[in-house]
Design a protein. Structure first.
Ligand code: AMP
Length: 424
């Protein structure tokens, strides 16, 4: 299946292309057609599965097809961080699509409150809000919901865990009854079912089962600076009980560098890369399977499908880019109900990504102190590092107004992005 199959507006397809999305993820394959057909939906899907685009894409398409008279879509999310992430994804698409959004979340000072209030008075196609702040703004009478067509609850289970049930019900009491409601949740406990029964109409259901790492894997992690990684790896490899080891690095350069470094240390190691001839790759793999070779270093091409028995250790020298990759990588050890160890090095830039991995596999992985002599590693505090590696939030509150006219109140120089303007 490709994105073309959904027959989305051309400008959305341009956005997909520019964001590098090549094919829809399973949740997108299942949810997008149902949303386009105007069904209410309960979707069980975790962060990392592509769930945000699964609702944003069809909603953007429907907004473009509508007569655009006012606020079209309300997205409610549990935290400021998630609201910002959703806003950034909409922003990514709205480079090409003439659609405006406003993020409304708590925190900040009186200035933030006023900026949000002004933005709400100006209006937008989409509001992304945390429940408490939205209710507070509702109290000031600035938001008109009469043109609302879509309500989306994202991470609904987390919102209920955080005690937002009554706030959500109060918000919904302000909304038109004739609307399409989409409820996304990572888990489906009875309280979510109850809420769904009250606010959805004949919903369709989709569910994405996530793969979880095998029980036999002893998962550990180190918070390290890049400059400490080589020494840490060497100290781990001194443990002779690790007889068969796969080391994952994120780039071919790192794979090559590590292969050479460990070879110089006299270790039995080979680098496995897509550059090698097929015959050479098979030879290395056979040596590794026969235990003539102790260490294999590679990129994610090693993480899928390669079934080698008795791998005792997997090292993620660089944190994997997404949760599914993590599960695939560490799944190279502890195969067929045996035991194995998986160790991940997390540099400050990767902390936020790693926290998402932990959320997806629903497990906190112990962070081990660095061995003596390596010095202090960075503090593990993903929320502190969350903005690293993400694109800057260029337009937080003020965006193009519906109809494409830049807001005259915009206080962000250069934030208004022209329609269909190719970024190169
Ligand atoms: P989410 O589950 O919505 O938090 O999405 C996880 C990440 O996957 C985000 O960084 C998205 O930009 C990215 N993503 C979503 N859909 C796709 C896709 N079809 N192809 C590639 N990346 C995607």
């Amino acid at each position: 299946m490709t994105f073309d199959d959904f027959k989305l507006d051309d400008s959305i397809n341009e956005g997909l292309y520019s964001m590098g999305y090549k094919s829809p993820t399973p949740i997108q394959q299942q949810a997008i057609p149902l949303i386009l057909e105007n069904h209410d939906l309960i979707a069980c899907a975790q962060t990392g599965t592509g769930k945000t685009a699964a609702y944003i894409l069809p909603v953007l398409h429907k907004i473009l097809q509508s007569d655009r008279k006012g606020l079209n879509t309300l997205i409610i999310a549990p935290t400021r961080e998630l609201a910002v992430q959703i806003d950034q994804q909409i922003e990514g698409f709205s480079y090409f699509v003439n659609i405006s959004s406003i993020a409304v979340y708590g925190g900040g000072d009186g200035v933030t409150w006023e900026i949000q209030k002004k933005a709400l008075i100006q209006g937008a196609d989409i509001i992304i809000a945390t429940p408490g702040r939205l209710l507070a703004q509702l109290g000031s009478g600035t938001i008109k919901f009469d043109t609302l067509q879509h309500l989306i609850l994202d991470e609904a289970d987390r919102m209920l865990d955080m005690g937002f049930h009554d706030d959500i019900v109060r918000i919904i009491s302000h909304l038109p009854k004739e609307r399409q409601t989409l409820l996304f949740s990572a888990t489906m406990p009875p309280k979510i079912r109850d809420l769904a029964r009250r606010i959805l109409r004949e919903p369709k259901e989709v569910s994405i089962a996530i793969s979880k790492p095998a029980e036999g894997i002893n998962q550990q992690a180190y918070s390290v600076y890049d400059t400490q990684k080589e020494k840490l790896l060497e100290s781990i490899l001194e443990n002779e009980s690790y007889q068969s080891i796969i080391i994952f690095a994120s780039t071919r350069e790192n794979v090559k560098k590590l292969g050479q470094l460990l070879h110089r240390k006299g270790l039995s190691v080979k680098a496995f890369s897509s550059d090698l001839e097929q015959a050479e790759r098979e030879k290395i793999m056979n040596e590794f399977k026969n235990k003539q070779l102790r260490i294999l270093v590679g990129t994610d091409i090693l993480s899928r499908g390669i079934d080698v028995e008795g791998v005792s250790l997997v090292v993620n020298y660089d944190s994997p880019p997404d949760p599914e990759d993590y599960v695939h990588r560490i799944g190279r050890t502890a195969r067929a109900a045996t035991q194995g160890t998986a160790i991940t090095f997390i540099n400050p830039k990767d902390q936020f990504k790693f926290a998402r991995i932990e959320r997806l596999i629903e497990k906190e992985i112990p962070k081990i102190p660095l061995p003596e002599g390596l010095g202090e590693g960075p503090e593990y505090n993903p929320s502190k590092f969350k903005d690293e590696g993400q694109k800057p939030n260029r337009k937080k509150f003020f965006k193009k107004r519906p109809g494409g006219k830049p807001s005259s109140h915009s206080n962000h120089q250069g934030n208004q992005r022209p329609r269909n303007n190719n970024p190169q």
